[in-house]
Design a protein around this ligand. Structure first.
Ligand code: FAD
Length: 294
């Protein structure tokens, strides 16, 4: 099923993100986690694409398992920054052959030590918007893309980032998924600004439950995400107590989602970090809020 059709339903949608095994790592533990996550019947499950492109086959394998064996709609991520146009074309063909109809089109992060100039435009795609156009050329896919309520880290001005987002959406994007955020007002402000700029596709709110103290330093360093004082206090207090931090992280993410739904946000995506117990706890906390029947 196409995700744009799922999002068009008159209900709140809940979806999960998982990552595939890294190169050379075993499949078994990831498949076990994915199987358990699918038991919560998410509206769809997204599977990330390893930075550098090395695990693309694993993305398709897991996405295919999700969709074809577990019966949950799959969204395969695909990044293009360090793969040649030919490699990208092969990756799209592989996704299509697996019967997956939904692709999250990403540029990806420029590998450490490299610069954009190392990837000449004739041979590589420069922006996710170029990839969107190529995916459209290769088939009748539903295409998602990333967006950044706090602005993308490489873009000095938020307004420029929104102008670039408009170009991306106009190239054929059906829905957007946000980078994680810990202050809902940042999302509300972003939604207001993009709607004003004529970006009208559905926006799925990406929620990252922080369940250990070290995780917050890592994710904010990578993405520059703002951590509210209220959340900092939680991490300061419980960061060294894994069980307490997990409980507090689940409660914080749950509260964030309740506020989003109360304010009219209709689609929530949980960055599960392959932790079924965390996703299940959040799902169960929301059973009457978004309904048990997915
Ligand atoms: P783009 O949309 O191409 O934007 C990149 C930068 O270029 C931005 O600063 C933008 O403002 C600028 N830009 C865009 N178009 C133009 C233009 N026409 N002119 C000038 N400037 C322009 N990474 C992975 O490796 N694998 C994953 O599976 C993955 N999944 C993700 C899922 C989500 C929901 C999110 C939010 C991010 C994900 N990422 C993933 C990270 C993402 O690849 C990085 O954030 C990357 O740096 C940007 O990718 P993008 O697709 O947003 O790039």
């Amino acid at each position: 099923m196409k995700i744009k059709d799922i999002l068009a339903r008159d209900k709140v949608t809940l979806s999960f993100e998982v990552f595939p095994p890294k190169k050379g790592m075993p499949f078994e533990p990831i498949v076990t986690a994915v199987d358990r996550l699918c038991q919560s019947r998410p509206d769809f499950m997204s599977v990330t694409y390893g930075a550098g492109g090395g695990t693309g086959h694993n993305t398709v394998k897991i996405a295919s398992h999700v969709q074809n064996e577990l019966g949950v709609t799959a969204l395969a991520h695909l990044s293009c920054v360090s793969s040649t146009r030919e490699q990208v074309s092969e990756a799209i063909a592989e996704i299509k052959a697996a019967g997956i109809e939904n692709i999250l089109a990403l540029r990806g992060d420029i590998p450490q030590g490299a610069s954009a100039g190392d990837y000449p435009v004739g041979e590589y795609y420069r922006y996710a918007s170029d990839l969107v156009q190529e995916i459209k050329r290769q088939g009748d896919f539903c295409i998602g893309a990333a967006c950044y309520p706090e602005g993308h880290i490489e873009c000095a001005h938020k307004e420029d980032d929104i102008a670039n987002l408009k170009i991306k959406v106009d190239s054929g994007v059906d829905f957007l998924t946000t980078q994680m955020f810990f202050d809902n007002n940042i999302l509300y402000n972003f939604l207001y600004r993009i709607r004003e700029r004529g970006i009208t596709v559905p926006v799925i709110a990406g929620i990252m439950p922080i369940t250990n103290g070290k995780q917050i330093a890592h994710v904010t360093e990578l993405s520059g995400t703002y951590v509210p004082t209220r959340f900092k206090a939680i991490v300061d207090k419980f960061g060294d107590n894994p069980a307490a931090m997990k409980q507090a992280g689940i409660a914080y993410a749950t509260e964030q989602i309740i506020d989003l739904v109360a304010n009219g946000v209709k689609a929530i995506h949980i960055y599960t970090m392959n932790k079924p117990d965390v996703a299940e706890s959040i799902r169960s906390n929301l059973s009457c809020i978004i309904g048990d029947e997915q």
